[in-house]
Design a protein around this ligand. Sequence first.
Ligand code: ASP
Ligand code: MG
Length: 401
Amino acid sequence: MGLIVQKFGGSSVKDRDRIFNVARIVMNTRNAGHDVVVVVSAQGDTTDDLITKAAEITSDPSHREMDMLLAAGEEISISLLTMALQELGVSAISLTGWQAGFNTDRAYSKARIKRLDTERVESELARNRVVVVAGFQGLNRSDDITTLGRGGSDTSAVALAAALHADRCQIFTDVEGVYTADPRKIPKATKLKEITFDEMLELASLGAQVLNNRSVELAKKYNVELEVISSINPVPGTIVKEETKVEGMLIKGVAKDTDVAVLTVKDVPDVPGMSFKIFSLLAQKNINVDIILQTTGRDGKKDMSFTVPLGDAENAVSALKNATSRIGGGDITVDKTCAKVSIVGAGMQSHSGVASTMFEALFNQNINIKMISTSEIKISVIIDEADADKAVAAIHDAFIN
Ligand code: ASP
Ligand code: MG
């Protein structure tokens, strides 16, 4: 007997059959004696379709209206799933994000949860109902609808699990767990039994696309153990937690992220404060900068290159161009045909030669490295996007097989 939060992604509820499949999973959990809070995403490609619809109207939709629009996707799922549960004789009720108490900041399309008031959810649980909550959405202080960013339903689920002190948080998806690489691209990829929050955080942000980044941050912060499992095949998935058993695996995964652009600001004055000026400007625009590289000063000038998400590249360029008079610096160039390929593993902290094995694998494929960045548990390289799949396969071979 306990409280279980179960999150189902868009593919898990994409049509009638999948909805009933989910309803049966929830019913079985309920019949095993647990209280269940369900979080669902919009069905299938609904969110993408809504974005397309907006694009048919305007190339520059207001962020507020986009959130109003996108939140509709999850509302369809919660009501349909609740109907399916009721059809199976399970007492259930659907709640929108705001009915479930999600209060967020004002940042439309990438809002952060400020407070989660769980009274309503708890009172529905007390009435023996399964509570089906719309993921991805909340309400800001002006009572306007906000969304938590793409993939935000994972975050909604983890936040609910933390606030309700749930005994388990299960993230159901269309894959069987977290793999050493994308199994659709790398047939030799294997499923991990366990992975740490830190490793998962690196993999999520590196584009492994199983769990949303912020959800893992939140899970780490509140120590919510996550179980990533398939809604289609009832086999053990991957557990994400603070520490995993010591095992032989040096590298837990190889990830590819093509959602990167490299920006270069040429001829920045080689004086104190330049990095501060450039990156605070981008921070003000809510643009995340990842890898930063600066050349050694020469003739009082230096070049600065850094990566940003592809979708933010144009914004970043125009922000910087508008500020060149204040910042100095010459040409700003942007390269949108790159990819970031990374290896992740807590084991590399205590082993040498990891980087050289990775670089050797790239060299053997004649792949040129444009930028390198390392942390205690990760090594990333920026390469040509066209080389990315080949790079992942070669690196995976070098470490995992
Ligand atoms: N429906 C939203 C999206 O597609 C949120 C989610 O799926 O988690 O990004
Ligand atoms: Mg997802």
